[in-house]
Design a protein around this ligand. Structure first.
Ligand code: PL4
Length: 448
C-alpha cells in the first residue's frame, strides 16, 4: 500500500489522538487538517541534504537493475551480479559456531546479558589487538561497532561541520556523502561534479592510483582506503610512509579504511596503517569483519584510535570518539561479537584464508579475462575489485547499461565513485565461481 505524505501525517496524528485528552483532540485535528491540505510539515529541511547530487550509489544500481527487470521479466534468471561488493559464500563452521554460542548463551540464566559495553567485549578488543595488530595497538584503543560504514558516519559526527575533508578520487562514496550531510561542503559544481570545500586527490593511471597529497591543498581529515575501493590498488609501505609523513607535517588526521586488509597477499603491502612509523600520532583506522568472514549481514566492525592521536587543543581524539559511541551507539550485537571472537581463533583464521583465496581466485579470472580482450586493469591481486579502463570516449554509465541490457551482468560504473572514476568499470569478485565463469563469457561477447 502506498501512502502520500499527507496520509502518513494524518495517520500519525490519529494514532497520537488515541492517547490525547478529549479537549485537545479538535485542535490537533485542525492542525493535521491544515497540514494535510498543504502536504508538508512546518520543519525546515536540513539544507545540506539538498546539496546531495543524487541518491546513494548502491541503491541506484539496484533501482536500475530492477527497472531493467520490470521491462524484461523473462531475463530475471539470467542476472549475474558483479556489482555491489557483497559476500556470497556461507559462513564457515567454526565461525558459525561462535555466532551460535553467542545466541545460545542468551537462552541461559548464567550466560544471559543485556546491554553491553558501548566499546565492545573486553575479550574481543584484546583479541583484535593481539591477533590482527600483533599488539601494535592496545585493546583500549579499539572500539567495536556494527561496521565500518557506520563508523565513518560517527567519525564525521565527531569532526563536525568545520573541518575540510580530502578524499581519493575515485573513492567509496560514503566519505563524500557524509561530508556533505555534515555541512562541511558547499554546493556541487555541475561542470566538475566536485563539491566545493572537499579536496579531491586524483588517483589515476599517471600516479599509479596513489594520490600526491603533498601537492594538493591541505585538509584537516584525509580519508584513505587501501586496498582500495573501487580501484583495487593496494598502497605499498613506502607510499604509506610518504602519506603519514605528509599528514604529520601538515597536521592532518588520516582516516585509514582497511576494510579489505584480509585480501593482501603482497608482503610489501601493509595490512594496517599502524605498521607505519609515526602513524599512531596522525592516524585512526576503520575496519570490518564484513569481508573477512562474510559478516556483511551479521554486522560487526571496529575502529582503532591510538591514545597519541590528539586534536589541536591537546584533547585525545579517542576521548571524543568514545563520547560519540557511548551517546549514539549501544554496542555491537552480543551474538555478532561471539562470531568475531571465533573469527580470531586459529580455526577461524584458517577458514578466513580459504574464503579470501576463493574470492581472490575469482578476481584473478576477471582480471585475466579483461586483459585477454585488450582492456587495461588495476587491482584484483590484493583486492576483490578489478577496475577496468574503458575505451576512450565510452562513459561508464553507458557501459554499465550496455552490459546489463546485452549480457544481464550487473557492474558498477566508475563515475559512481566520483568524477575521477569516469572511463572505468568496477567488477566485484564476490560471486559464486560458476557465475564468474558465465559472466566472463558474456562480458567477452559484449565488450570486445
Ligand atoms: C554496499 C571501503 C561495498 N550497502 O560492511 P561495513 O559497513 O563494515 O563496510 C562497508 C565498507 C566500508 N569501507 C569500504 C567499503 O568498500 C565498504 C563496503 N563497500 C561496495 O560494493 O563498495 C558494499 C557497498 C553497502 C554500503 O553502502 O556500504
Amino acid at each position: 500500500m502506498k501512502f502520500s505524505t499527507a496520509t502518513v501525517f494524518v495517520c500519525m496524528a490519529t494514532a497520537a489522538n488515541a492517547f490525547a485528552p478529549a479537549s485537545t483532540i479538535s485542535t490537533s485535528n485542525s492542525v493535521s487538517n491544515s497540514a494535510s491540505a498543504l502536504s508538508m510539515s512546518g520543519v525546515t529541511r536540513n539544507p545540506n541534504f539538498a546539496k546531495l547530487a543524487g541518491g546513494y550509489l548502491f541503491p541506484e544500481i539496484g533501482r536500475r537493475r530492477n527497472a531493467y527487470l520490470e521491462a524484461n521479466p523473462d531475463q530475471a534468471s539470467r542476472i549475474i551480479s558483479l556489482g555491489i561488493g557483497d559476500t556470497t559464500m556461507p559462513i564457515p563452521p567454526h565461525i558459525l559456531s561462535g555466532l551460535v554460542d553467542g545466541a545460545t548463551k542468551l537462552g541461559t540464566k548464567e550466560g544471559y546479558s543485556g546491554y553491553g559495553a558501548e566499546n565492545g567485549l573486553a575479550s574481543l578488543r584484546q583479541k583484535i589487538a593481539t591477533v590482527l595488530y600483533n599488539d601494535l595497538i592496545s585493546p583500549d584503543e579499539v572500539f567495536v561497532s556494527d561496521g565500518a560504514k557506520c563508523d565513518i558516519m560517527r567519525v564525521q559526527q565527531m569532526f563536525g561541520s568545520d573541518v575540510v575533508s580530502a578524499v581519493q578520487d575515485p573513492s567509496y562514496p560514503v566519505y563524500v556523502d557524509t561530508s556533505v550531510m555534515m555541512g562541511q561542503t558547499g554546493e556541487i559544481d555541475k561542470a566538475t561534479s566536485q563539491y566545493d570545500n572537499i579536496v579531491y586527490m586524483p588517483c589515476n593511471a599517471e600516479n599509479e592510483f596513489f594520490p600526491d597529497y603533498a601537492s594538493l591543498p591541505r585538509a584537516d581529515v584525509v580519508y584513505f582506503c587501501s586496498p582500495n575501493n573501487p580501484t583495487g590498488a593496494a598502497a605499498t609501505k613506502a607510499q604509506l610512509e610518504g602519506l603519514v609523513k605528509t599528514c604529520t607535517e601538515r597536521g592532518s588526521i588520516l582516516v585509514f579504511d582497511a576494510a579489505y586488509a584480509p585480501f593482501i597477499r603482497d608482503p610489501d603491502v601493509p595490512k594496517s596503517i599502524f605498521e607505519i612509523e609515526g602513524a599512531k600520532e596522525c592516524a585512526m583506522e576503520v575496519n570490518s569483519f564484513s569481508k573477512y568472514a562474510g559478516f556483511t549481514g551479521v554486522r560487526l566492525g571496529w575502529t582503532v584510535i591510538p591514545a597519541g592521536l590528539k586534536f589541536a587543543d591537546g584533547t585525545p581524539v579517542k576521548q571524543d570518539f568514545s563520547r560519540v559511541m557511548s551517546t549514539a551507539f549501544n554496542g555491537a550485537s552480543i551474538i555478532a561479537q561471539g562470531g568475531g571472537l571465533a573469527c580470531l581463533d586459529p580455526e577461524g583464521q584458517a577458514e578466513i584464508e580459504v574464503l579470501i583465496d576463493y574470492y581472490l581466485g575469482n578476481a584473478a579470472l576477471l582480471k585475466e579475462a579483461m586483459q585477454s580482450i585488450g582492456f587495461k586493469t588495476v587491482g584484483g591481486d590484493n583486492a576483490p575489485y578489478v577496475f577496468v579502463q574503458l575505451p576512450e570516449g565510452k562513459s561508464s554509465w553507458e557501459m554499465f547499461s550496455e552490459i546489463l541490457e546485452k549480457a544481464q551482468v550487473v557492474t558498477i560504473p566508475g563515475a559512481g565513485f566520483g568524477p575521477g572514476g569516469e572511463g572505468y568499470l568496477r567488477l566485484s569478485a564476490f560471486a559464486p565461481r560458476d557465475n564468474i565463469i558465465e559472466a566472463i563469457t558474456r562480458l567477452k561477447a559484449v565488450m570486445v
